[in-house]
Design a binder for this molecule. Structure first.
Ligand code: ZN
Ligand code: FE
Length: 255
């Protein structure tokens, strides 16, 4: 059984730590900082066997150099020379084996062009989607087009509904506040915001989410509904799903 633990880092990042049963060899995803990872590994007497990287941003890679020096992990990530220390570059359709489980690599450009996500089927199915899909939100478009992000998100929604979604940031509360404006008729959003506020008041992570839950509360995945389409229409174009998506993403930037 694989367990996944959040290591909070920087202001609002989670570095996800993957552990198989009681094996001392573990994997981390997107170590934006080394110190909190080292502290966790030391405290639990664990060894860092591998690292998965989703994209080149510093808040996902900033801890690489120090972790490589200390543990010599096997580092897997996208084909981007801006990231130093990758042992194996992977892209869409590739499969990798991490601690006995097979992971599919899914290209998810939009936030950046090099962005990839990692999915493993099974019970439970797990998705590590970096800054592509957040709970009730999606990443900003730094390098890609709205079309790219829209199609990346669509690919992720085709995964099984019970897939656990491990996003890289604790952005849920702000995303749900936006979702309330962008999807005003949606009762699931109101409930989710209440749950989220409770969790944050106790300093608990609001992640993982699930694909099924995101389909209910994430406005970017609900651009075909009247509620979202009409709300988007007060801010910009909503002639088709992509236009609605694009309008939402820009609206969020100034929300
Ligand atoms: Zn990023
Ligand atoms: Fe990030």
């Amino acid at each position: 059984m694989m367990s996944v633990t959040p290591i909070p880092a920087l202001s609002d990042n989670y570095i996800w730590l993957l552990r198989q049963d009681n094996s001392p060899s573990v994997c981390v995803v997107d170590p934006g900082e080394a110190a909190p990872v080292i502290e966790f590994l030391e405290r639990e007497s664990l060894n860092l066997e591998s690292i998965l990287i989703t994209h080149h941003h510093h808040d996902h890679t900033g801890g690489l150099a120090e972790l490589i020096k200390r543990y010599s992990p096997y580092v897997i990530g996208p084909d981007n020379s801006a990231i130093n220390g990758i042992n194996e570059t992977v892209g869409d359709g590739d499969q990798i084996r991490i601690m006995g489980r097979l992971f599919d690599v899914i290209a998810t450009p939009g936030h950046t062009l090099d962005h990839i996500s990692y999915f493993t089927a099974g019970i439970p199915a797990l998705l590590f989607c970096g800054d592509t899909l957040f709970c009730a939100g999606c990443g900003r478009l730094f390098e890609g087009t709205p079309e790219q992000m829209y199609s990346s998100l669509h690919k992720l929604t085709e995964l099984p509904e019970d897939t656990l979604v491990f996003a890289a940031h604790e952005y849920t509360q702000a995303n749900l506040a936006f979702a309330r404006a962008a999807d005003p008729e949606n009762e699931h959003v109101k409930h989710a915001l209440q749950e989220c506020e409770k969790a944050r008041a106790l300093d608990r992570p609001t992640l993982p989410s699930t694909i099924g839950r995101e389909l209910r509360i994430n406005p970017y995945l609900r651009v075909g509904t009247d509620s979202v389409r009409q709300a988007a229409g007060t801010q910009g174009a909503n002639d088709n799903d992509l236009a609605t998506f694009s309008t939402l993403r820009e609206w969020k930037n100034r929300f």
